[in-house]
Design a binder for this molecule. Structure first.
Ligand code: UD1
Length: 430
């Protein structure tokens, strides 16, 4: 299994380009199922989750041609309605094929995603919504089987804000008979990116980016070309990397308006920044102050930035209260950061970080994607050498992490099976 070895060696300096958003790319790829024509997607990040989604699409008969950051998806040869366990178990977001397969084929059989390290993560809200649209759903032998000759538009109120739930139902509703209205829909920019792509394919969606999305079903969708939006969580991670090393870094090809809550927290913590149209320049700070954060759905502070901000707060003077409201078990990084000298007490959904401690290199274990990113940040600020094991979590969601970090002056190297191809981690098709 691969590992990263990182030597804390002072400030990062330079410019880094943000890749396309993993969490936008996955639903965009799933949307290709909705049409027989070609969907051409650009700016796809070279990460394992994208490779897994492409493998899943190929398994059900979709044509998938990938070149660099692009993919041409072709739905004319779609022949299977089964998303099997061996692929779904490696990536929960595989559930995103359920709505499109059902809408296009009238039947879908998708392995139930299991729990994951950060929480139980049920998909009950996806299923309830499809039932409201007339689908018959049975769950047996670890699979969800949904059937509907044609889905019917319906008013749907999500009990909780769910990002992939909103995306799944929005995709299904594009081919339904009649109008679907989603209440308490997710506002996340990735939902807007998906709606924009679906509209380019001939869908009739309004209200994306608000909590009420209206989808008027159409008979068929056609091909389109779409550029994946930049990854706001990758961008936020680089901002924290610059801040934790007292570096001077320009984070380029990002959309600062997608990171307002994170930028506000960083500014209040004492990080000097200049915000441009599609970039943010972080300048060296003269000491950080503790800030409290509470994770909440967009546009509030994202749960996917909580672990990175926790790492940063270990270097701020004072005490920060970090409250996680989205996932019930998302402080696994706290124990690993503590092995590096951080003082963090976790009590239920709140972590109390006593900042200003010196971090020292240690052997640590990555537990999930964003927790792994927080360990990279801590390692950059630590005295000595840190070995981060199980970095396959990072490969799932950060494109070219070590090459980008090396270009900023970070001392990071990969050890293990993939070391032969350092500039482009080889994507393993699950
Ligand atoms: C997406 C993101 C993930 C991010 C999360 C929250 C993708 C591929 N992943 O995950 O990176 O951390 O949003 O911003 O976009 N819930 C239910 N029942 C459901 C669905 C969700 O109870 O049917 C709960 C979840 O357990 C969680 C909350 O709702 O407590 C929000 O989850 P959700 O927004 O669905 O997260 P994902 O879409 O899985």
């Amino acid at each position: 299994m691969d590992r990263f070895i990182i030597e804390g060696n002072g400030p990062l300096n330079g410019t880094v380009n943000v890749s396309g958003a993993k969490n936008a790319a996955l639903p965009l790829l799933a949307a290709s199922i909705l049409t027989e024509d070609h969907l051409e997607l650009g700016n796809l990040p070279r990460v394992q989750d994208v490779a897994t989604m492409c493998a899943l699409l190929e398994r059900i008969g979709m044509g998938v041609q990938r070149t660099e950051d692009n993919a041409v998806l072709s739905g004319s040869s779609l022949h299977s309605h089964i998303a099997p366990y061996d692929l779904v178990k490696t990536m929960r977001a595989s559930i995103l094929v359920l709505g499109p397969m059902l809408a296009r084929m009238g039947i879908a059989r998708v392995s139930l995603p299991g729990g994951c390290a950060i929480g139980a993560r049920p998909v009950d809200l996806h299923l309830k919504a499809l039932e409201r649209m007339g689908a018959e759903i049975i769950q047996e032998t670890g699979y969800i089987e949904a059937r509907a000759a044609r889905l019917k538009g319906a008013p749907i109120t999500f009990d909780k804000v769910t990002v992939t739930g909103t995306e799944n139902i929005m995709m299904a509703a594009t081919l339904a008979q009649g109008v679907t209205v989603l209440h308490n829909a997710a506002l996340e920019p990735e939902v807007v990116d998906l709606a924009d792509c679906l509209n380019a394919m001939g869908a009739r969606i309004k209200g994306q980016g608000t909590s009420t999305i209206v989808i008027e079903g159409v008979e068929r969708l056609h091909g389109a070309t779409h550029e994946t939006m930049p990854d706001r969580i990758e961008a936020g991670t680089w901002l924290c990397a610059a801040a934790i090393t007292q570096g001077h870094v320009t984070v380029n090809r990002m959309q600062p308006e997608h990171l307002t809550a994170v930028l506000q927290t960083l500014a209040a913590a004492g990080v000097p920044m200049s915000v441009g149209c599609n970039c943010v320049e972080v300048r060296p700070h003269h000491g950080l102050h503790a800030r409290d954060i509470v994770t909440q759905p967009y546009p509030n502070f994202p749960t996917d930035m909580q672990a990175q901000m926790t790492a940063l707060m270990t270097q701020a003077s004072g005490v920060s209260q970090i409250t996680e409201t989205i996932f019930e078990n998302r402080f696994m990084h706290a124990a690993e950061l503590a092995r590096m000298g951080a003082q963090i007490q976790v009590n239920g959904r709140t972590a109390r970080v006593t900042g200003g401690t010196e971090l020292t290199g240690a052997k640590v274990m990555a537990t999930d994607l964003r927790a792994s990113a927080s360990l990279v940040l801590a390692a950059l600020a630590a005295e000595g050498s840190t070995t981060i094991n199980r970095i396959y979590h990072l490969d799932r969601g950060y494109a070219d992490l070590e090459t980008k970090l090396q270009a900023l002056g970070g001392n990071i190297r990969r050890a293990g099976a993939r070391t032969k191809n350092l500039d482009r981690p080889k994507l393993v098709v699950a």
